[in-house]
Ligand binder design. Structure first.
Ligand code: C2E
Ligand code: MG
Ligand code: MG
Length: 623
């Protein structure tokens, strides 16, 4: 201020001196011109002053705008000097870093980088300082505030002023916790099972690939362990899905608790769990011993009673183990462990069984059967046989169609030999379609002849077929294209597997009823369903399972059960069919109880079409 004053008075003195010098020498005209010029200059100066004031005002406004923008920006912003120290920070930066602007000047930015990311930051900042970059550097780093709490951040850093590259750096950054959490959630959904929190199938396959690679590198043996709960379905069916879910969550925890940190436990879906045991030992023997111990320990830990709130549940597990050594492939391992599990189940459940090479022979045979079955359908080796059904007067009222495979080498095969594979491979779908088409065509043929036109034909439907979304269309199509009348066609659905109490089942049953076909419950008495629940499905008929018929007279309870089933079915307006009737005594008892229709070796085994037609010619005609 003082200096400015001095400069101004010096200027004034100089101006006065010049005026003094000029005045006497000039004539009055020229002094008048001088005054004029002075006045012009003065006005000009005032105008310049005004322009300057205006420019200064605009500059201030622009600066205020910039400060406001800088301070209240939704992005944190800091400026670093060459030694890494912070020289400026906006409000959001001070908030995120947890220090006041004045305090921040004591810190270097490196101090706010989480230790795990410091190395990465060193490389990135070096590139910015080197000034060789065309564009600002982008990075995702873990930052930590002055109190040490960490957050993921997205950073953009570059030289502040391109002409001063290497002297100041600006860093804009923002907290991406939410985005990182959403990404983590997506990852969790994709790779983890929601119910147990364990890795799912996809992650398991990833881990298995890694484990196989390490096993190869380190020359160590490991094992893959398949576990399946023995009584899960019973719990789910009798106590509901909530109880089932709680059991699965508890089993998941027990498995996790029984293993080492590095082992993977995954839930494959349903009540199936898989464990990968890594680095069990350098020899097959040592690894097998350890795997056996661990498998046994897991089996026992699951067998401990589970407290499910309202009740305590006891659950056993079947376990299949496949050891693996260096150089083995993934697909084979899973298949082998699954086969060992299957063996554990069929050997009586609640046990640990190791895969051994003799099981491979079974697998190979299965593979061959699978191929052959596909060919059988294409090459016309499948046949429908017909087992007649009789009424109380021993008249033929219809038949059940039963599938047979005329195998070129093994001869005539019954469904038990191949339906399992057909269901697993999905071949059951084209096979089922074929069966329906043949059956409907047969019904249409029978309808042409007065002697056979009243015959009904029952077709067995597997659970998989029934659940197909186009099942209804398929039935409609088979009926339409053959011209068979729907009320002569009965669909046999197995209790339990097919007929559950879900909304889908209800809806499907209703649609089929609307088509006009009859619905029958096959193998009744072996599942869990109650008759009253089945009537809600609007079925017309139940088939009393042949095991009940067989045991009648031998075990008192079954005799009572059969009487009760017939009585109850009658009261609900359902027709009854007894299957597997082999003796006159059985027929007599069933007839006395009021059973409507009979089927079994007493009357006839299932017959090829010609045999069935021959039987019709000799039997009493139906009503
Ligand atoms: P199912 O529907 O319960 O069929 C009755 C089974 O009992 C038939 O076995 C039949 O041959 C047998 N049987 C008949 N009378 C007697 C008897 O007096 N005593 C004894 N012990 N058994 C008798 P099959 O033909 O081996 O069929 C077995 C199962 O395969 C059938 O049980 C049915 O569930 C299924 N199945 C058969 N054909 C088809 C088909 O076309 N599609 C589907 N999805 N399943 C089929
Ligand atoms: Mg049947
Ligand atoms: Mg049956």
């Amino acid at each position: 201020m003082g200096q400015k004053h001095q400069t101004r008075s010096a200027l004034r003195l100089a101006a006065e001196a010049r005026l003094e010098d000029a005045t006497p020498k000039e004539s009055p005209e020229s002094s008048q011109a001088l005054v004029h010029e002075l006045q012009v200059n003065q006005i000009e100066l005032e105008m310049q002053n005004e322009a300057l004031r205006q420019a200064q005002h605009e500059l201030e406004e622009s600066r205020n705008r910039y400060v406001d923008l800088f301070e209240s920006a939704p992005v944190a912003y800091v400026i670093l000097a060459r030694d890494g120290r912070l020289t400026d920070a906006n409000q959001l930066a001070t908030r995120l870093l947890g220090r006041t602007p004045a305090q921040l000047l004591q810190y270097t930015f490196d101090q706010f980088i989480a230790p795990c990311d410091r190395e990465r930051w060193k490389e990135q900042s070096a590139a910015v300082w080197a000034g060789t970059l065309d564009a600002p550097q982008e990075a995702e780093l873990l930052l930590q505030n002055a109190e040490g709490s960490q957050f993921p951040a997205q950073l953009q850093c570059g030289a502040l002023d391109p002409s001063h590259t290497g002297t100041t750096m600006r860093i804009a950054f923002f907290d991406i916790t939410e985005r990182a959490e959403a990404a983590a959630e997506i990852h969790r959904l994709a790779y983890f099972d929601a119910l147990t929190g364990l890795p799912n199938r996809r992650l398991l396959l990833d881990r298995l690939a890694q484990t196989l690679a390490t096993s190869e590198r380190k020359g160590l043996y490991g094992a893959i362990v398949f576990l399946d709960l023995d009584d899960f379905k019973v719990l789910n069916d009798t106590r509901g899905h909530d109880a089932g879910d709680r059991l699965l969550a508890e089993v998941g925890q027990r498995l996790r608790a029984g293993l080492r940190e590095g082992d993977t436990v995954a839930r494959m879906g349903g009540d199936e769990f898989v464990v990968i045991l890594d680095g069990l030992g350098p020899t097959q023997e040592s690894a097998a011993l350890l795997a056996q111990n661990i498998g046994e320990k897991l089996r026992q830990s699951i067998a401990e009673p589970v407290d499910l709130g309202e009740f305590v549940f006891h659950c056993t597990t079947s376990i299949g183990v496949r050891l693996f050594g260096p150089g083995e492939t993934q697909a084979e391992l899973l298949q082998h462990a699954d086969l060992a599990l299957y063996r554990a189940k069929s050997a009586g459940r609640n046990r640990v069984i190791f895969f051994d090479p003799s099981m491979q022979a079974v697998l190979d045979a299965r593979g061959r059967l699978e191929d052959a079955l596909g060919r059988a359908l294409r090459e016309g080796q499948l046949e429908l046989h017909y087992q007649p059904r009789f009424d109380g007067e021993r008249r033929v009222v219809g038949a059940e169609s039963l599938l047979r495979w005329r195998h070129p080498k093994h001869g005539l095969m019954t469904p038990n030999d191949f339906l399992g594979i057909a269901a697993q491979t999905g071949l059951i779908l084209p096979i089922g379609r074929w069966v329906l088409e043949i059956a409907c065509a047969q019904l249409a043929t029978w309808s042409q002849d007065p002697a056979t036109r009243e015959l009904t034909l029952a077709v067995n439907i597997s659970a998989l077929e029934f659940r197909q979304s186009d099942f209804l269309d398929m039935v409609r199509q088979a009926l339409d294209s053959s011209g068979a009348s729907p009320e002569k066609l009965t669909l046999e659905l197995t209790e339990g597997a097919t007929l559950d109490s879900s909304e889908e089942t209800m809806c499907r049953a209703r649609q089929l009823r609307e088509l006009g076909v009859r619905l029958s419950v096959d193998d009744f008495g072996t599942g869990w369903s109650s008759l009253s629940r089945l009537t809600r499905l609007q079925l017309q008929e139940i088939k009393i399972d042949r095991s009940l018929v067989f045991n009648m007279g031998q075990a008192g309870t079954d005799t009572t059960l059969v009487s009760a089933i017939i009585a109850l079915a009658k009261s609900l307006g359902l027709a009854t069919v007894a299957e597997g009737v082999e003796t006159e005594a059985q027929r007599h008892f069933l007839a006395a109880e009021g059973c409507d229709t009979f089927q079994g070796f007493l009357f006839s085994a299932p017959l090829p079409l010609e045999g069935f037609q021959r039987l019709l010619r000799h039997a009493k005609p139906g009503s």
